[in-house]
Unconditional design. Structure first.
Length: 211
């Protein structure tokens, strides 16, 4: 059964994740994939996210799929308890997923029931296609990317950072372009999308909305 926790900004919804995991996080291991953040040099964001996970009791096992071997990727994804795909450039992330073979390996783990945390680009990557993200991310960061087809493990298109600066206008442009063509699901930094099998809902500290 699929178990997905999709965030715009993980630090704003980390308590929601603890509730969703519904188990003692102490000494659980998480494969932390920072690769999407490389083009935009989001070093501070990555450091903060790793520290936050550690404070929650998790053991963070970092895995940059742009450098790791296929065997190393497969081993970490198989043996760690959770998978965390950090935010950044979705196109670069997909390029490196395809080159390394990590995409198919992650998809297998999701199908097997392993909980995945997808933050921003890491959430978009689960949609059937990422072309709709061209206005929020720069495709030129991935010159070797040959297809916009992605992991395709959900039947909707997450739109992170809804009503949040600095991407507020870009997100509105995405909605205006694709809102009548694709089943978009906009969600803000203070919200998360929870997927448990066939059940899907947008949650915040104050509300839960099934869709």
């Amino acid at each position: 059964m699929q178990k997905l926790f999709l965030a715009s900004l993980f630090k704003d919804v980390s308590q929601l994740f603890a509730d969703f995991a519904n188990e003692n996080l102490a000494d659980k291991t998480v494969t932390f994939i920072p690769t999407a953040a490389l083009p935009d040099k989001l070093d501070f964001h990555i450091k903060y996210s790793k520290e936050l996970l550690s404070k929650m009791g998790l053991i963070v096992d970092e895995l940059d799929i742009s450098e790791a071997t296929y065997l190393d990727i497969a081993d970490k994804l198989e043996h760690n308890d959770y998978i965390y795909v950090a935010g950044g450039n979705t196109f670069f992330l997909l390029q490196e997923m395809n080159k390394s073979g990590a995409g198919n390996l992650i998809k297998e783990q999701i199908k097997a029931g392993k909980l995945l945390i997808g933050e921003s680009a890491g959430a978009i990557l689960l949609a059937p296609d990422i072309e709709y993200a061209r206005d929020t991310d720069d495709p030129l960061a991935a010159p070797q990317l040959k297809t916009f087809k992605t992991l395709n493990v959900i039947d909707f298109y997450p739109v992170p950072h809804y009503n949040n600066d600095p991407l507020k206008e870009a997100v509105e442009l995405v909605i205006s372009k694709y809102g009548t063509k694709l089943p978009l699901v906009p969600f803000s930094n203070s919200e998360a999308i929870l997927v448990m099998g066939e059940e899907k809902q947008i949650v915040s500290k104050k509300s839960k909305i099934k869709f």
